[in-house]
Design a protein around this ligand. Structure first.
Ligand code: ZN
Length: 266
């Protein structure tokens, strides 16, 4: 209970407020390229207090447009930290995949935490169509020093997955991990299964927070009532601690040509 009280004080986030966000997103079309998805983009621009970043991409059915939503919070130190989630979905209404991750980004962005580095909050479109929105971002912006990606954090039970290529990032993760019993099973590897891969392949240290595949993945059963909202709040608090730890770190080493293992979803 004490831990929960700290969560409330730190971020003003409750299971109910996360549920509200997930319900709101799941009531909207979020298939990138469909006209109706503009409503979700417009809502998220308002919710994040961000800007649109529009891009075009080709699909088998012709050219489509997508809109990332970006918010930049300037800091004093060189280097940008990117906090992201994709907001598009396929095969259902996408509560776990990925309204859960969007709710986490909104919670952290709207907590007005004072970071030393510039923090960019990004809600990417067209992830499900091949990491298109994050690929567009990485080709058109300064390379971040660290990326924290939320994709499918609605089923906290056994743990999270993460990845730290740079030793400094791995140290920061381990310190934060030691304070949270749930995250002991975090593994320092990453797949090409979500937007963090667009950055990992450029040598950027990334962490993908992910509670694992479930039978509801990409089905109509991925609904708001199936998620663990206390678990999402726990992960948001964990992510906040992780960001503060990385923000307080010194120089980060970069690796090119990162070996990336095959992921088990997209
Ligand atoms: Zn996803």
């Amino acid at each position: 209970m004490f831990k929960l009280a700290l969560v409330l004080l730190a971020l003003g986030q409750t299971p109910d407020s996360v549920r509200y966000e997930v319900d709101t997103l799941c009531s909207m079309n979020r298939v990138t390229g469909e006209d109706e998805a503009n409503n979700a983009a417009t809502y998220l621009k308002w919710a994040l207090d961000g800007e649109f970043e529009s891009f075009k991409f080709n699909t088998r059915r012709g050219e489509r447009r997508g809109k990332n939503i970006i918010k930049v919070v300037p800091g004093e130190e060189d280097g940008q930290i990117l906090v992201c989630a994709h907001y598009d979905c396929v095969g259902g209404i996408g509560a776990d995949d990925n309204a859960s991750g969007v709710a986490a980004v909104l919670a952290i962005a709207n907590a007005n935490i004072r970071f030393k580095h510039t923090v960019v909050f990004a809600l990417f479109a067209a992830e499900e169509q091949g990491l298109v929105g994050s690929q567009y971002y990485v080709e058109n912006h300064q390379k971040p020093i660290f990326v924290l990606n939320f994709d499918m954090i609605g089923h906290l039970k056994r743990g999270l997955r993460g990845y730290g290529e740079s030793p400094e990032i791995e140290d920061a993760i381990k310190k934060v991990m030691a304070r949270h019993s749930f995250s002991k099973s975090i593994t320092f590897r990453s797949g090409r299964n979500s937007d963090h891969y667009s950055f990992a392949k450029k040598g950027v240290p990334v962490v993908h927070l992910f509670t694992g595949l479930t039978p509801t993945y990409h089905t109509r059963k991925d609904t708001p009532d199936s998620l663990n909202y206390e678990g999402i709040c726990t992960i948001i608090e964990y992510a906040r601690e992780l960001l503060v730890a990385v923000d307080g770190g010194a120089d980060y080493s970069f690796t090119e040509d990162l070996p990336v293992l095959d992921g088990d979803m997209k």
